[in-house]
Design a protein around this ligand. Structure first.
Ligand code: FAD
Length: 247
């Protein structure tokens, strides 16, 4: 089936019907040096249509857990790459971390309205904490591939050893003066020369205009704090897109 993500609209999001299928665990690798996050690929029989920033549900023991699809949609690819935070005793995260390669996994996709708004503005401000980067990486990557889009990505983590995908973001930043990113650490070591503190400490340093769109992804506290800051700064609620990963 031929699909294109060159143009997509709210209409397309509404008419996408999630499909229920079986994928197989294809590979897994650690993401950060500290071992807090890992990437895992699910292999489908056929390519599936989804938009950058959307997520799938895996169904395990009758329970559903959501994971963002970190690679861009492509008519030729049958692999969906997830970025998962290791959580002690977590049902789905432990399964994805330990199940044998080749294990079948029940998945339903796609879901989610946190997707690029490139037709509506050219300035995009992306803010993630922790694994929230999983849904913002494909949005950043897709926007970066469109001409003329201004992208600022702010990512909050705890320790320096939690950082991953810096090579990806460094490449975007080196290739385009329209892509800027910064990582802020709440518990940096002495050698850290980057930003320190929470994403909320630095959001006001990022320029925006009334047309800008904000994409926020992470835990509830960050989203609540960020919405309050942006409201004070006059950002319309309709220009703030969010995905809450956890409470
Ligand atoms: C739309 C959406 C997209 C998501 N995308 C991703 C993603 O790309 N990558 C990713 O890693 N997660 C993502 N999540 C979170 C994910 O769906 C699971 O909630 C998470 O992996 C925990 O599931 P579990 O079955 O392993 O743990 P559970 O068995 O549900 O919980 C185990 C323990 O961990 C605690 N806990 C649960 N979730 C978290 C959390 N996120 N942080 C800290 N403690 C937690 C619980 O309170 C419990 O004590 C997303 C959530 C949503 C709603």
């Amino acid at each position: 089936m031929q699909h294109s993500i060159d143009v997509f609209t709210d209409y397309q999001i509404h008419v996408q019907k999630p499909i229920h299928t079986i994928a197989r665990l294809a590979w897994r690798r650690n993401a950060d040096p500290g071992g807090k996050y890992f990437e895992v690929a699910l292999e489908l029989e056929h390519p599936v249509f989804y938009l950058p920033g959307q997520y799938l549900n895996i169904v395990l023991d009758g329970q559903r857990r959501s994971y963002s699809i970190t690679n861009l949609p492509d008519t030729a690819t049958t692999q969906l790459i997830l970025l998962v935070e290791r959580l002690d005793g977590g049902l789905a995260s432990s399964f994805l971390d330990s199940a044998a390669i080749g294990t079948p996994v029940e998945v339903v996709l796609p879901f989610g309205r946190l997707v690029p708004q490139a037709e509506k503005t050219h300035r995009h401000i992306l803010v993630a904490t922790g694994s929230g980067i999983a849904s913002l990486r494909p949005i950043a990557e897709w926007l970066y591939k469109q001409d003329g889009q201004l992208i600022a990505l702010l990512w909050g983590l705890r320790h320096r050893t939690n950082i991953f995908w810096q090579d990806v973001f460094d490449t975007f930043a080196a290739d385009s003066d329209k892509f800027r990113y910064a990582i802020t650490l709440t518990q940096p070591d002495d050698d850290w020369r980057g930003l320190v503190g929470r994403v909320t400490d630095h959001i006001t340093d990022i320029p925006f205009d009334p047309e800008s769109y904000f994409y926020l992804c992470g835990g509830k506290a960050m989203l609540d704090d960020m919405r309050a800051i942006l409201k004070v700064r006059g950002v319309s609620a309709s220009h703030i897109l969010t995905e809450q990963f956890h409470i």
